[in-house]
Design a protein around this ligand. Structure first.
Ligand code: HEM
Length: 504
């Protein structure tokens, strides 16, 4: 026994020393290869005006948001394309370039490894985070589901009941109070979270009851997407990778938030299994019928929540922000409702009737032109390429198209591009959609958003229900929105509004 111990101890300390050496060598090696990669791809020393201004945050004195500064640079650029060398990022607001990336040379512009590594812990192998066969498989399955009439009418039903039983009562109770100021952004985030959870899992978190605390799932989800988005803003990925390795600071918080999400997602799946899923209409049940792998199911479902929650809430928040400043547009929507249904409730409108409300659709598109929920979207160039505007793109460069800037380009929308004018979407009173590469708010081309129709159903239903019943006005001075950095546009400080019941 004594012999065994004396022999074992040196062996153990040798293996510990070996582990430490191996570990240090691996870190050093990863550090050096990353450094070489970064130096090759980006130019941390770049002294051009744009990079200097980016590094010193000099743009802050003239612009409220980074996206406004980029818009200014893109407007000035003769090609509609700029380079932020220190980020290894080429940014474009040129529709021909956008079509080239998203359609013509789609295979050369995947999401790429840098993006999928950043969001990998949160999204895993979910549709947002993969390319190639895995993406094709999920896309096919998801488009069958989201494209089916039964899922759309199920979505329409869910949204209608959430509006009638929660959204309207909540706004009515705020309207009854003397100083009933409400954060409309928070209300819409809770509203769309309930909807997407009911649609995706068939389970109702009941977030829209303001008396209830926001569900653990929503809190963990918010934190995980915020911290994941912050990874993407670092000049070097090395920083967050080291923090993750050592389980420190924001990376430790991210890990904890993801753990909560995983536990809750597992609970949902178990509940679904116990309830039986073969005759259920939610997306999880439908996916469960064809996918066996639990981790994969979790990834698919988390991607759907990300896709359908913040985007819709962001679009609705901006819509009511703009409507508050344009009573003429509000009056025109009310006239259209009146023409369609006379004095009856907006809830009586069918899915198809809402589609035919041309002015309403024009107003919704126009607000997303100026305030797209996804302000920019990046791809990774696989092989050296030349964009249609003549810009050379080196392999490995991040190429970003920028819908926020594109909505503000005179050369795309004309001299009145900064005005909120739903009429620009109408031809003889009939809504006419635009080329998706000029308006890539739902992306466009091969990976166009699969939830566009669902999102429009949700938006039309909410706008009609609220505009018919309430006057909603931004409380306090009307300032241009400031956005929080993140995956989806979120207004800093929310959108405080005063609500009054019409005719009260
Ligand atoms: C106003 C609301 C919405 C906007 C502006 C929007 C916008 C987008 C954008 C820009 C993308 C491309 C993202 C990327 O590849 O990086 C996308 C993809 C996607 N969206 Fe939406 N979306 C909205 C609502 C929804 C909803 C409600 C759902 C689901 C119910 C949904 C499902 C999806 C899915 C599954 C994809 C991935 C498509 C793919 O990669 O092939 N979206 N969306």
């Amino acid at each position: 026994m004594g012999f065994e111990v004396s022999c074992f101890l040196p062996l153990q300390s040798m293996s510990t020393t070996f582990c430490i050496l191996f570990f240090s060598f691996t870190i050093l090696f990863s550090f050096l290869s990353l450094l070489i990669f970064i130096l090759r791809l980006i130019k941390p020393w770049c002294n051009c005006e744009v990079c200097r201004c980016f590094l010193s945050a000099g743009w802050v004195k003239d612009f409220g948001n980074l996206c406004d500064w980029y818009t200014h640079l893109l407007q000035k650029s003769p090609t509609g394309t700029i380079h932020v060398h220190v980020l290894g990022n080429t940014i474009t607001a040129n529709p021909e370039n956008v079509e080239h990336m998203l359609k013509t040379r789609f295979d050369n512009y995947p999401k790429g490894k840098p993006f999928s590594v950043i969001l990998g812990d949160l999204l895993g192998r979910g549709i947002f985070n993969v390319d190639g066969d895995s993406w094709r498989f999920q896309r096919k399955m998801a488009s069958l589901e989201l494209g089916s009439v039964s899922v759309r009418s199920y979505g329409f039903e869910i949204v209608g009941s959430e509006i009638q039983s929660r959204l309207i009562p909540l706004l009515s109770s705020a309207a009854g109070k003397e100083d009933g100021i409400l954060d409309l952004q928070d209300v819409f985030r809770r509203f769309s979270f309930d909807n997407i959870c009911r649609l995706s899992f068939g389970l109702d978190p009941g977030c829209l009851q303001l008396s209830l605390p926001v569900s653990n799932f929503a809190v963990a989800f918010d934190l995980a997407s915020k911290l994941s988005a912050e990874r993407a803003m670092a000049v070097s990925p090395l920083v967050w990778k080291m923090k993750r390795l050592l389980n420190l600071g924001s990376e430790r918080k991210l890990k904890e938030a993801i753990k909560v999400l995983n536990t809750l997602a597992a609970e949902m799946k178990n509940q679904r299994r116990q309830m039986g899923f073969s005759d259920q209409k939610d997306l999880l049940s439908r996916f469960m019928a064809s996918v066996d792998d639990d981790q994969y199911l979790r990834d698919i479902v988390i991607s759907f929540v990300l896709a359908g929650r913040d985007t819709v809430a962001s679009a609705l928040t901006s819509f009511f922000y703009l409507l508050s400043q344009h009573p003429g547009v509000e009056a025109a929507i009310r006239d259209e409702v009146e023409r369609f249904i006379g004095g009856t409730e907006a809830a009586a409108l069918s899915f198809d009737q809402m589609r035919q409300m041309h002015y309403l659709n024009a107003a919704i598109y126009e607000s997303m032109r100026l305030y797209p929920p996804v302000q920019f979207d990046s791809k990774c160039c696989q092989e050296d390429d030349i964009l249609p505007d003549g810009t050379f793109v080196r392999k490995g460069t991040r190429v970003t198209y920028h819908p926020y800037a594109m909505g503000r380009m005179e050369r795309i929308w004309g001299p009145d591009c900064l005005e909120f004018k739903p009429e620009r979407w109408l031809r003889n009173g009939v809504f006419k959609s635009e080329n998706p590469f000029k308006f890539p708010v739902f992306q466009g081309g091969v990976r166009v958003c699969l939830g566009k129709e669902m999102a429009l159903v949700e938006m039309r239903s909410v706008v009609l229900a609220l505009v018919q019943r309430f006057d909603i006005r931004v409380a306090g001075p009307n300032r241009a929105p400031r956005f929080v950095p993140g995956l989806t546009a979120t207004m800093r400080g929310g959108l405080p509004v005063l609500v009054r019941e019409r005719g009260a």
